[in-house]
Write a protein that binds this ligand. Structure first.
Ligand code: LFR
Length: 480
């Protein structure tokens, strides 16, 4: 058929969705067919994902999708499920915000010093990287009896098809991949006692990942054969693939629960300076490297909204826009904000500790968060250009944060660069486009981006001046 349909399963930290993308010669549209909550559950052992609930949501979504030519799955990174020798899941996957990794980094660095680890894997330090999670789990009965480890999207693909694989972009977030060879970092794994045989063979975006099992066809009402196609299964890889950029002189910020801000490069930057600046080299589509910094993102606001009993966001943002700018800022890259709970208090504490005015009302706290995020975006965009030696003329914002006009405008102001915001459903679009490409419908990455720029609604924000105020705020924060 001239127009093909692809189901994109996109799982985020607070909800999952199934989208259907229709791709034809020069046309591209996606629509959401099913959305379901993703609620982490706290049990006595800690914070867990309800992965069976997610799988049920995926099945319901595929039923709602109707006839499709292929299915692709992406989700957040670093987390995994363990299977026993029979292929059965051993327990609920641990949430990356679980506290089990506290104090684990020091243990890891005693075996492989942090600088060697960076030179070998290119990953920014984050306590939740799979490598630290596996080290935290080392002596557990569960890991001892595990015969296979599947990353979340690969686990769902396994349940759908019966076939196991490890998709490369997401594998790169384990901190067990060498970004130069785009293959396993055998030396690191060996020194840390991590058995790489736990992982299924690597597969790349666009590779076939099996066919929906007969039972799945029956449950979803689909007529087979329906192939599952590996996509950039790390949501950020799919989202960056869907940045509607023209040429190379662009920075991107993938916004959602996190803000992932940086550049697309064709080789990793593994310098000591880059490590000190906490930049990561995750693997993207084709030969690309996602050179970026993880910033706490709208998680800060989501947690405050939860604490305030979910007030109306539109009204709150309108009020926040009237609050004087840059009264107080916090370091939105600080891992101190990683765990759930008490967010308004933690932000107030950070302002107090750095001798700044303490924001009180929800509007003031919201403004503090958005100013802090814009400032962190500015810093990441500047640092990335300097460290990679690649300049940019424009900042693309994709993902859920594109709905937040105030954040987009403040980011343009802070960066002193035009911001192009959209698409909002970047991860799903990247997911769909990789499937379409695997089936011969679209061309290379620049071709995919041209199609996006022509078909997706985008909003442009011009910087309003006043960059010296942002520079001063950055200096203030650095000095605290
Ligand atoms: C965004 C994301 C980030 C990753 C974080 C944890 O959804 O995938 O890229 O660092 O979630 O997995």
């Amino acid at each position: 058929a001239a127009v093909q349909s692809y189901a994109a399963v996109d799982l985020g930290a607070s909800s999952g969705r199934v989208m259907v993308g229709r791709v034809g010669p020069g046309s591209l549209e996606v629509s959401e067919v099913h959305r379901f909550p993703n609620r982490p559950v706290r049990v006595p052992e800690g914070l867990r994902w309800d992965v069976l609930g997610l799988y049920a949501g995926v099945l319901e979504g595929l039923r709602a999708a109707g006839p499709v030519d292929s299915v692709g799955i992406d989700s957040w990174a670093v987390d995994y499920g363990l299977l026993d020798a029979d292929g059965a899941l051993l327990g609920n996957p641990v949430h990356y915000r679980d506290s089990r990794t506290e104090g684990i980094a020091e243990k890891v660095w005693a075996s492989v010093p942090a600088d060697e680890l960076y030179a070998a894997t290119g990953l920014q330090y984050a306590p939740f990287n799979t490598l630290y999670q596996l080290t935290a789990a080392r002596d557990t009965a569960q890991l001892r009896s595990a015969r296979r480890l599947l990353m979340i999207p690969d686990l769902l693909a396994y349940w759908l098809t019966g076939e196991q694989g490890t998709e490369l972009t997401n594998a790169s977030t384990t901190q067990l991949i060498d970004p130069r060879t785009r293959d396993w970092a055998h030396g690191v794994a060996k020194r840390l006692g991590i058995d790489l045989a736990l992982f299924a063979p690597l597969r790349r975006p666009g590779d076939p990942a099996g066919l929906l099992r007969p039972e799945v066809l029956e449950e979803t009402g689909l007529a087979g054969p329906v192939p599952v196609t590996a996509v950039g299964s790390h949501d950020t890889a799919s989202a960056v693939a869907a940045v509607p950029a023209d040429g190379e002189r662009f920075a991107y910020i993938c916004t959602g629960t996190w803000s992932l801000a940086g550049l697309e490069l064709d080789a990793p930057v593994l310098t000591e300076e880059s490590r000190a600046a906490n930049f990561t080299n995750e693997l993207g589509l084709d030969g690309t490297v996602r050179y970026l910094r993880n910033i706490m993102g709208l998680w800060l606001l989501q947690e405050c909204l939860r604490a305030w009993g979910e007030p109306d966001l539109g009204a709150l943002l309108a009020e926040a826009a009237e609050v004087p700018a840059l009264r107080s800022v916090v370091d939105a890259g600080d891992a101190a904000f990683l765990a759930p709970g008490r967010m308004p208090e933690r932000i107030a504490d950070a302002c107090r500790a750095s001798g700044q005015p303490v924001p009180n009302s929800p509007a003031e706290v919201t403004r503090c968060i958005l100013d802090s995020l814009a400032l962190a975006h500015r810093k990441a965009v500047q640092d990335a250009q300097r460290l990679a030696g690649q300049g940019v003329d424009v900042v693309h914002i994709v993902g859920g944060g594109t709905r937040n006009a105030l954040l987009c405008q403040l980011t343009a102001d802070a960066c002193g660069l035009p911001v192009v915001a959209g698409p909002t459903e970047a991860a799903a679009l990247g997911n769909v486009l990789v499937q379409a490409r695997a089936h011969g419908l679209v061309g290379d990455l620049p071709g995919m981006r041209r199609l996006l720029a022509r078909t997706q609604p985008l909003t442009r924000y011009e910087p309003r001046g006043g960059t010296q105020r942002w520079r001063a705020a950055q200096a203030r924060l650095a000095g605290t």
